[in-house]
Design a protein around this ligand. Structure first.
Ligand code: GLN
Length: 273
């Protein structure tokens, strides 16, 4: 069977469980062939299909995310390693990075809370050559991925990572102060219906935040004031129905808020001043 035929057959099979079946099949085939998706489509479609492809399609049809099978995900034009210990960076979260780039000082010292793969912090630092930052996370396994990404992207001299839980007393006391705080906290309601791709494969600790999905905002907001330098801002990712509730939580801690939308036009980020 040719690469082209195998991709077509796989796309057909994956359409039962994936909304992006053809794309998934192409990405898996590019991975199995050791090439990029665009080279695959231009040069390799008539070659014999590689033997490893069927096993990758099998994994995807059991709902395993393509990013986990490939071990990577593109975010903000950069290539990030991801594992089951990190949330997979979403395109929607590029809204957070863009808001930070629009508002933060050129030489900002940034804190990324719940950094996971390091995507928000490292995307920001890669676009701001003299900025520096710290990423914190409750998961040391996630921070090992973030550290690896900082090295791959050549950002290891400007990014530090530290295991920290914002549920512990005094967690914010010895981090120092920052011009910019980035945070994509868990914000999914505990009983939300999620796709099996997400629910069965991504870390629950990065997703769920109590009955309303607001527990982590409530824990974080009262500490942000002491972490920010004068004139500093925090950019928080929010669920698209949470703008009002999270704004109210931020106002209780003395912040003014500004809403930003994602590319789909949905509320996605709050800037706190
Ligand atoms: N946007 C993610 C999802 O819907 C949730 C991310 C988060 O909780 N921070 O799967």
């Amino acid at each position: 069977m040719t690469v082209g035929d195998a991709v077509r057959e796989a796309a057909q099979r994956l359409s039962a469980t994936s909304d992006t079946a053809r794309l998934d099949a192409e990405l898996l085939m590019a991975h199995a062939t050791g090439t990029t998706r665009s080279d695959l489509l231009m040069r390799h479609m008539r070659e014999p299909a590689p033997t490893g492809f069927a096993a990758l399609v099998e994994r995807r049809s059991a709902n395993e995310p393509v990013a986990h099978i490939l071990g990577r995900q593109e975010f903000f034009g950069l290539d990030f390693a991801v594992t089951k210990d990190t949330l997979i960076p979403r395109g929607d979260s590029e809204t957070i990075v863009q808001a930070a780039l629009d508002h933060a000082r050129l030489d900002a010292r940034a804190l990324d809370m719940g950094t996971g793969s390091g995507a928000l912090l490292l995307a920001f630092l890669s676009a701001r050559p003299v900025a520096t930052g710290i990423g914190i996370d409750i998961s040391s396994a996630a921070l090992a991925v973030a550290q690896g990404n900082s090295e791959t992207l050549g950002l290891q001299d400007r990014a530090d990572f530290r295991v920290t839980s914002w549920l512990d007393d005094g967690w914010a006391d010895d981090l120092g102060k920052f011009d910019l705080i980035l945070c994509n906290p868990p914000y999914v309601e505990d009983d939300a219906k999620l796709d099996p791709d997400v629910r069965n494969f991504e870390p629950a600790s990065a997703l769920f935040a109590g009955p309303e999905g607001l527990d982590d905002y409530r824990a974080i907001a009262p500490q942000l004031g002491k972490l920010l330098l004068p004139g500093g801002i925090a950019v928080l990712e929010i669920g698209w129905k949470q703008a009002g509730a999270v704004s109210a939580i931020a106002r209780e801690s003395g912040f003014e808020t500004e809403l930003r939308h994602d590319l789909a036009g949905r509320p996605r980020a709050l800037i706190l001043r």
